[in-house]
Design a protein around this ligand. Structure first.
Ligand code: TYM
Length: 336
């Protein structure tokens, strides 16, 4: 008898443009996994509310991210918008009661993001939602009974928490109801900021700290050209900035250029300008293809919106089924 196809789930927040960290750390995997698995990918707008946000932009950011995901090869039938599937938030309440306060307090992303908010002078907006967000993430994953979750390295701790919640739930109900979701990484799970390679590439750190995958050529080249290469360099040791440019080249699958430049590095003859040029060429090649595809997709935005509402309704059926089973198992009532 053939085995049932395994399920892959992952999500991304609609907080602006998609950058090469998102793409090489996670989304590239989302695209290729579609060939072999049942895949469900979410634009998680409830998560985007956990940091100070602009109510005038949120909905549009979600649609923009949908176009972006489709432009890089995510199939629309695999995509949903989180606020169109209210079962995620209902399950997250239930999971709140299966997650210890102590475990949630140890999430480093809460500490980092809380610090960001404080530094921006918006202290009163360190919301309870920001603290609780990993529980909603567990609901996103477990509601589809995902086998695999393709994410960047920064999500490892959240995935551990999801497994802890699943374990606690299974223990309380006395059966292996939820399976343990496995984390999947690409070969480049942590892309750094080119402006400050001690940080990860991210939008929240500011404009210089991320490269938009739809960036126009001149600016993209400028960003790579100004990449920091030498900070903290020790004789014979590769600095974080140089290593990051090599990571980017590898992520673009330009292995010939990568290997020959690594040889130059090892012989002590590498010119950073050559490494930067090869990296910029590779990124521009990718981004040009993405821009072209995005233009095709955005030519009929109404059709895309209709399609995504349909796919969200279809994906919702699975979420409804899980929530119904969960409520039965723990003694809550189902509406019908
Ligand atoms: P988000 O929206 O910050 O990022 C989306 C994906 O991109 C990855 N990523 C990176 N990978 C490598 N290098 C980087 N510099 C880099 N920056 C971002 C992230 O690891 C992520 O995979 N909490 C999640 C969203 C989420 C989720 C989920 C993910 C909500 N529910 C359920 C998986 C499953 C987040 O904020 O990702």
């Amino acid at each position: 008898m053939s085995q049932p196809t395994k399920t892959v789930l992952s999500c991304i927040q609609p907080t602006g443009y998609m950058h090469f960290g998102n793409y090489f750390g996670a989304i590239k995997n989302w695209v290729s996994l579609q060939e072999s698995y049942d895949c469900v990918y979410g634009v998680v707008d409830y998560h985007a509310m956990t940091m100070p946000f602009d109510i005038k932009k949120l909905r549009n950011n979600s649609w923009e991210l949908i176009y972006n995901l489709m432009a890089v090869g995510v199939k629309p039938e695999n995509l949903f918008v989180q606020s169109l599937i209210p079962e995620h938030t209902e399950l997250s309440w239930i999971f709140n009661c299966f997650c210890s306060y102590g475990h949630l307090s140890r999430m480093t992303q809460f500490k980092d993001k809380g610090k960001d908010v404080k530094e921006k002078g918006a202290e009163s907006f360190i919301s309870a939602g920001l603290f609780d967000y990993p529980v909603l993430q567990a609901a996103d994953i477990l509601i589809y009974k995902a086998d695999f979750v393709p994410v960047g390295k920064d999500q490892d701790q959240h995935l551990e928490l999801s497994r802890a919640i699943a374990q606690r739930f299974n223990h309380v109900v006395g059966k292996e109801y939820f399976k343990m979701p496995e984390t999947l990484h690409t070969e480049t799970p942590k892309i750094k900021s080119t402006a400050d390679p001690s940080k990860k590439m991210s939008k929240s750190a500011g404009e210089k700290h991320y490269i938009n995958i739809f960036e126009e050529e001149a600016r993209l080249r400028k960003q790579v050209k100004s990449a920091v290469t030498d900070v903290g360099r020790e004789e014979g040791k590769m600095s974080d900035g140089v290593a990051n440019l090599f990571e980017l080249l590898k992520a673009c699958e330009k292995m010939e250029a990568h290997d020959s430049l690594v040889d130059s590095f090892n012989q002590g003859t590498l010119k950073y300008v050559d490494l930067k040029e090869a990296t910029a060429d590779a990124l521009v090649e990718l981004s040009q293809a993405f821009i072209e595809k995005r233009n095709e997709i955005t030519a009929d935005k109404r059709a895309v919106k209709y399609q995504i509402k349909q796919s969200s309704a279809e994906i919702r059926k699975k979420a409804q089924e899980t929530l119904r089973e969960v409520k039965e198992l723990i003694g809550l009532m189902n509406v019908k």
